[in-house]
Design a protein around this ligand. Structure first.
Ligand code: MF3
Ligand code: CO
Length: 252
């Protein structure tokens, strides 16, 4: 692929930022709507879809690769791509909310993990370290560095706490489509992989596990779970590489 196809113009970036602003508002509203032992994933999905349409956006995951919902709701051992259903979110659960939004033809992708009520210390720590790993990656997301620098930053950070990136799951380019090149692995070697350039728009998304890093696909064919059923955490923003660092596009 020619590098020009990976580089967005300022006009394109402005549209992705608008999509990102809507997305940030929707995710925040969904996170705040969770009532322990009451709210279901299906209710959050309905809320997310209603809000995104009200704000003039469109749910990017719905229909993508035949995914049937606006929101991914991934509970405990589900790492990503959990299908929202009528299960109640229980006190002590870790729940990842992941969504893509199209606005004026451009798309942003973000996720966060929410603690449902009071959550035990190891799970809280997993959540915090996953979020911090994203910000470690952001520090090295600079023109001239490489995709491998991002993966190495995430892996190196979480391993200090005894956690691991889930195997085989990666971030990605984003903007015109939900998934674009390049892949942005959560592990790797510094200096390896494609070089980062101003105008590249990337979804950086640490998917971190407490136990073994092996993954499996659940019976519904969508949810990606930890093979050992230990908890996972997920945190994601869409960012743009600028002349002097990077900027998060999925913020209010
Ligand atoms: N954020 C998800 C990812 O990067 C995209 C979900 S795709 C869907 O893999 F098919 F689940 F919608
Ligand atoms: Co993504």
């Amino acid at each position: 692929m020619r590098s020009s196809t990976l580089i967005k113009t300022p006009e394109e970036i402005a549209r992705i930022r608008k999509a990102g602003r809507i997305l940030a508002r929707v995710l925040k509203a969904c996170a705040e709507a969770i009532e322990p032992n009451r709210t279901t994933g299906a209710e959050l999905n309905a809320l997310a879809e209603r809000l995104v349409l009200e704000m003039g956006g469109f749910p990017a995951f719905k229909g993508y690769r035949l995914y049937p919902a606006a929101l991914c709701v991934s509970i405990n051992e589900t790492i990503v791509h959990g299908l929202p259903d009528n299960r109640v979110l229980r006190e002590g659960d870790l729940v990842s909310l992941d969504m893509g939004v199209f606005y004026e033809g451009y798309c942003a992708d973000a996720a966060l993990t929410v603690a449902v009520g009071r959550v035990d210390y190891p799970r809280k720590r997993l959540m915090r370290v996953t979020e911090e790993a994203f910000y470690e990656a952001l520090k090295v997301a600079q023109a001239g560095n490489t995709i491998g620098d991002i993966g190495a930053a995430i892996q190196g950070y979480v391993e200090q706490f005894g956690f691991r990136p889930a195997h085989g799951l990666a971030g990605h380019g984003v903007g015109r489509y939900v998934h674009e090149p390049p892949e942005v692995p959560n592990e790797g070697e510094p200096g390896e992989g494609p070089r980062l350039q101003p105008g590249m728009v990337l979804a950086i998304e640490p998917m971190i596990v407490m136990g073994k890093p092996d993954v499996a696909v659940a019976e519904d064919g969508w949810a990606i779970i930890t093979a050992d059923r230990q908890p996972a955490s997920h945190y994601e923003h869409t960012i743009v590489i600028t002349e002097n660092g990077a900027e998060i596009l999925t913020v209010e």
